[in-house]
Design a binder for this molecule. Structure first.
Ligand SMILES: *Cc1c(COP(=O)(O)O)cnc(C)c1O
Length: 362
């Protein structure tokens, strides 16, 4: 073959990647509520904006490579040591670094399905093989089945709590049983992206689990409750040896300068963040109650979204909601995820659902 006719091959793993479908964006000029990406409906706090504006004057400089001030503040916030905290460009990137730090090519990663769509992509890119385990009734993670899916080839188990996109949280007793069942050389990643919204008293507390088990990594983010999705900052909490491995696998300067100061300012504004989270939790209760009054069989949600198990009707429902001015996230053939946002958006959504007949429970 001539030199010019040769093409650079793409990695085989890429052809196996499921696409990551971002939530629909509001069309320019449209009066629409964006309930498709689990974002915080509140704009950034003035103190956070001020910190970002200040830091913008120094953008000719690289940021602190290890986000030292932020990492130290997080360590104090969570009662761990700074060497147990690794910050990254959103917790999705941190998850990729975790997988890169522990997975050899061909290792298996057990994950719930349906769950966060970034998981199978991150696993494939790490050269590992996703082993999806179907959800249990009630759209909950099936932890006994996940434990049973662990084989000598398993390196990681991903636990999403609350589960995106279905909403229920894993209970502490369920995770304890999984941790008792899996070998100590299997890493259990507890992704708590929505932990601030959890009100179920039986739910997992990742930090308590981390204190008891050396083979646990907890993932947290500033994207959801803290409302900094646009800046990209998340972090892992782990034992120091694992944390050092994740740090070694991380993109250098992965947390930009504005994200570092914004996350720090957000941590300091914890009381305001909690007030906003309470408002979202109250709105979630109103959305769930409204749906159930209409006869919808929706799972309890501990996050800032609600799951409508619409099966084949998912895409048509999303289109109807879009026409009514609410952008939601369909998962074709499975269901629709609706983020909890403005009360007006809830009212519009409940208008759409009242005009549709709820699916008959299977
Ligand atoms: C939104 C989300 C994240 C956070 O992603 P960032 O990269 O921090 O914005 C992580 N895990 C799950 C399950 C999520 O839904």
């Amino acid at each position: 073959m001539s030199r010019a006719a040769r093409r650079v091959p793409l990695r085989r793993a890429l052809s196996e990647l499921p696409p990551y479908v971002p939530g629909a964006r509001v069309p320019v000029g449209a009066a629409a509520f964006k309930l498709s990406s689990n974002e915080n409906p509140f704009p950034p706090l003035p103190s956070v904006v001020a910190a970002v504006v200040d830091a913008a004057a120094d953008l000719n400089r690289y940021p602190d490579m290890y986000a030292t001030d932020l990492v130290e503040a997080l360590a104090e916030h969570h009662g761990v040591r700074p060497d147990q905290v690794v910050a990254g460009c959103g917790s999705v990137a941190v998850l990729e670094h975790v997988l890169d730090a522990v997975c050899e090519t061909g290792d298996e990663v057990v994950l719930p399905w349906r769950s966060f769509e970034a998981y199978p992509i991150a696993v494939r890119l790490a050269g590992a093989v996703p082993v999806p385990v179907p959800l249990a009734p009630g759209a909950r993670l099936d932890l006994p089945a996940m434990a049973a899916a662990v084989t000598p080839r398993t390196r990681v188990v991903l636990v999403c709590t609350p589960n995106n996109p279905t909403g229920p949280a894993v209970h502490a007793a369920e995770l304890d049983a999984l941790l008792a069942a899996v070998p100590g050389d299997v890493l259990v990643v507890v992704d708590e992206a929505y932990v601030e919204f959890v009100r179920d008293p039986d739910a997992v507390d990742g930090l308590a689990v981390l204190a008891e088990h050396p083979n646990v990594v907890v993932l947290r983010t500033f994207s959801k409750a803290y409302g900094l999705a646009g800046l990209r900052v998340g972090y892992a909490l782990a034992r120091a040896r694992l944390a050092a491995g994740v740090r070694a696998a991380s993109t250098p300067f992965g947390v930009n300068a504005l994200a570092q100061v914004a996350a720090l300012a957000s941590l300091r504004a914890g009381a305001e963040m909690r007030t906003r989270v309470e408002a979202v939790v109250a709105e979630r209760a109103r959305m769930l109650a409204g749906l159930r009054e209409q006869g919808w069989d929706v799972p309890a949600s501990e996050a800032n979204f609600v799951w409508l198990p619409l099966g084949d009707g998912a895409s048509a429902f999303a289109a109807a909601a879009g026409e009514a001015g609410v952008l939601v996230r369909p998962f074709a053939g499975d269901g629709v995820r609706v983020s909890v946002g403005e009360p007006e958006a809830t009212d519009l959504l409940l208008g759409v659902t009242s005009r549709m007949r709820p699916p008959v429970p299977a």
